[in-house]
Design a protein around this ligand. Structure first.
Ligand code: SAM
Length: 276
């Protein structure tokens, strides 16, 4: 018997109009939908007049349900995984099931749609070419400390998910490890009526929330650490600086003079280092 296919179907993160034609088609055609919260998914399906068998599939039962889900797929059933909002497997159930499907040679198909952090990133004004998505910070103090310490010198844009009731506490932690001056964007209520992008330094964000209530869902985007051009020069080797200046058209003498200036050493020291 031919095995079924597992579809990972993205659903809207707030605005129902963000569902795709393809997502609706797949949800209509599969045999069963695995839903993180069956009540929420039922509402979504009802809205689009889709009637489908639902099975609950959430973080804490993902492990125990996998064998059952695999048996359905092995029996030729086509299944869709949906989370409460956004893309399954992104800070949501799906990852372990995907691994199990790969081991069992079951076809997996992504059905693209919204991911909250991508919407936040593209409107952040920070570097969108190089970024790290960290999802939720660990709950315990030690785990958070280790994670934030490992990120404090990160030069790429850093992205976190956070629950509203922990935002204030997380801002304090960000201040401790990244410093109060670091720029952040709080992307709030994305795709919803009250969508906004709050652009702050970490200190300003902390002040703001002394007098404003924290409401809605947030993606936290932290600008990567800026490295000053002096630091780059101080870390760049004498050889590579020399090459750079020669390539830019300076003659040997002037290039050596410039390298000596950048490095804060004498021309003869540059010469000796190059001879070595
Ligand atoms: N799978 C989802 C995705 O693709 O983005 C993420 C699910 S994760 C359990 C929920 C977190 O995503 C929230 O705590 C928040 O940080 C972020 N999030 C989800 N929807 C959002 C929205 N509309 N606006 C801002 N952040 C949102």
């Amino acid at each position: 018997m031919e095995k079924g296919t597992l579809y990972l179907v993205a659903t809207p993160i707030g605005n129902l109009e963000d569902i795709t034609f393809r997502a609706l088609k797949v949800l209509q055609e599969v045999d069963i939908v695995l839903a993180e919260d069956t009540r929420k998914t039922l509402k979504l399906l009802n809205h689009f007049e889709i009637s489908k068998k639902l099975i609950s599939f959430y973080r804490h039962n993902e492990g125990v349900k996998i064998d059952y889900v695999l048996s359905l797929l092995n029996d030729g059933k086509n299944l869709a995984v949906v989370s409460d909002a956004g893309t399954p497997g992104i800070s949501d159930p799906g990852e372990d099931l995907v691994k199990a499907c790969i081991e069992n040679e079951i076809n997996i198909v992504p059905i693209p749609g919204s991911v909250a952090f991508i919407q936040g990133l593209i409107c952040s004004g920070f570097d969108t070419t190089r970024f790290v998505f960290e999802g939720f910070l660990p709950m315990n103090k030690r785990g958070r400390k280790e994670k934030l310490l490992s990120l404090k010198d990160e030069t790429r844009t850093i992205i976190f998910y956070e629950a509203p009731h922990k935002l204030r506490y997380t801002l304090d932690d960000l201040k401790e490890y990244f410093g109060g001056e670091r720029r952040i964007v709080l992307a709030r209520e994305l795709t919803k009526i009250h969508e906004e992008f709050l652009r702050f330094s970490i200190d300003e964000a902390i002040n703001y929330y002394e007098t404003n209530d924290i409401k809605g869902e947030f993606v936290i985007l932290v600008e990567g650490k800026k490295i000053s051009s002096e630091k780059i020069i101080s870390e760049e080797s004498i050889e590579s600086l020399m090459k750079k200046y020669l390539n830019s058209g300076l003659d040997k003498k002037d290039a050596m003079k410039q390298v000596a200036k950048d490095k804060g050493i004498t021309k003869s020291e540059v010469y000796k280092k190059l001879l070595k």
